[in-house]
Design a protein around this ligand. Structure first.
Ligand code: BMA
Length: 364
């Protein structure tokens, strides 16, 4: 796996190489090209804004199945700009469903990923797969044997490899009309420092968690040959009492390209700012030491009751860190109080426009 930002110890030798005039070789895979792009943006001090499911639905609307036009977005309706990063979730692909866990048509997801890529944006996927042992959902934590059961030798191993196969089929099928595979930031097994998903902290051992990552990587990259995935590691911020906690279950430099965390503004502004600072201090140091790109992989303030949240809370929290993107979560169309981006008339809409116009914030 290509190391992107040079670890501190390598900087001196990197400078020596550059001063000798040797050029870095051209990117050979879609994933490498995306990593180079992310690295260049970080070096320029730019931060991309991202929004989950932005073309799929908004606060008051939902895309039809089998759509061909992907231009509606609450963010666009407010600002005339699209998020630079478009997040989606593969939950349900493992079951062979036609729609994901949030009722998005997988065909729409594939086509909108291509459209977003062609618009100049970057796509990222998380995955909330169902529980392969109990048959419950990703949040079913009634058994602490789930990860053990899907690892090699476990009773659900073969069954789960079928799930990985479905996910790999989808991720490898995101292609332009010219047959170019679209690179995506792939963020499996997220928020594992908490214990609300079956792969969480109290539900498996460190070795089992790392083995789950390795198995996922080996299958998708080595066995299936997917070369369009940028692998992203993202603990939950709430549990990061120390740098050790952040790195405890890190699956390894060879199979991770990016690091980040998920951090929500759920209580006070002060609490969120402190949590962001803590997580950014830890993860930016970790990223520099390991030569990885940094991102705030999920964030947001549900219902955005602070009308200046974008310029007075989010922006000050991230602006001094080498963050490639910040992604706010989804604007559900079927839950009136589940939204993290503005829509026309929403009280933070004007402030979002100001945020989107900041020189170091990238929107499309
Ligand atoms: C959660 C909520 C859920 C959703 C899940 C996966 O944070 O938004 O409603 O199903 O993410 O997208």
């Amino acid at each position: 796996m290509k190391a992107i930002l040079k670890p501190i110890a390598m900087i001196a030798s990197a400078i020596a190489i550059i001063s000798c005039g040797s050029a870095e070789s051209a990117p050979v895979t879609p994933a490498d090209a995306l990593l180079d792009r992310l690295e260049a943006l970080v070096e320029q001090g730019k931060i991309m804004y991202g929004h989950q499911d932005t073309y799929m639905y908004g606060h008051t609307w939902k895309l039809e199945d089998d759509a061909t036009d992907f231009s509606q977005s609450d963010v666009y309706a407010v600002s005339g700009r699209y998020p630079a990063v478009f997040g989606m979730d593969l939950g349900g692909i493992e079951m062979g469903w036609s729609h994901n866990l949030d009722k998005n048509d997988f065909d729409n997801m594939r086509a909108s990923a291509v459209a977003h890529h062609e618009r100049g944006g970057i796509v990222t996927f998380s995955w909330h797969p169902r529980n392969p042992l109990t048959g419950g959902d990703a949040w079913d934590v009634t058994s602490d044997q789930v990860v053990a059961s899907i690892l090699p030798g476990g009773e659900k191993h073969e069954y789960f490899m079928g799930w990985l196969s479905n996910a790999a089929d989808f991720l490898g099928s995101i292609k332009t009309a010219d047959g170019e595979t679209v690179p995506v930031i792939w963020r499996p097994w997220h928020e594992h420092t908490g214990s609300w998903f079956w792969w969480g902290q109290k539900l498996c051992t460190t070795e089992q968690y790392k083995a789950l990552w390795q198995m996922t990587y080996d299958y998708m990259v080595n066995e299936r040959g997917l070369d369009n995935l940028v692998w992203s590691y993202s603990p939950g911020a709430g549990e990061l009492s120390s740098a050790e906690v952040y790195g405890e279950r890190y699956p390894g430099d060879e199979i991770v390209d990016m690091v980040g965390f998920d951090c929500y503004h759920s209580r006070s502004k002060e609490g969120y700012m402190a949590s962001m600072k803590n997580a950014l201090d830890i993860s930016s140091t970790f990223a520099a030491e390991h030569g990885k790109i940094l991102a705030v992989t999920e964030t947001g303030h549900e219902t955005l009751k602070d009308p200046k949240w974008w310029t007075e809370v989010l922006y000050p929290a991230v602006k001094d860190y080498p963050v490639s993107y910040v992604l706010t979560w989804r604007n559900a169309c079927d839950q009136p109080n589940h939204y993290y981006a503005p829509f026309p008339g929403q009280e933070s809409a004007e402030d979002f426009k100001a945020f989107a116009e900041l020189e170091d914030i990238i929107v499309l």
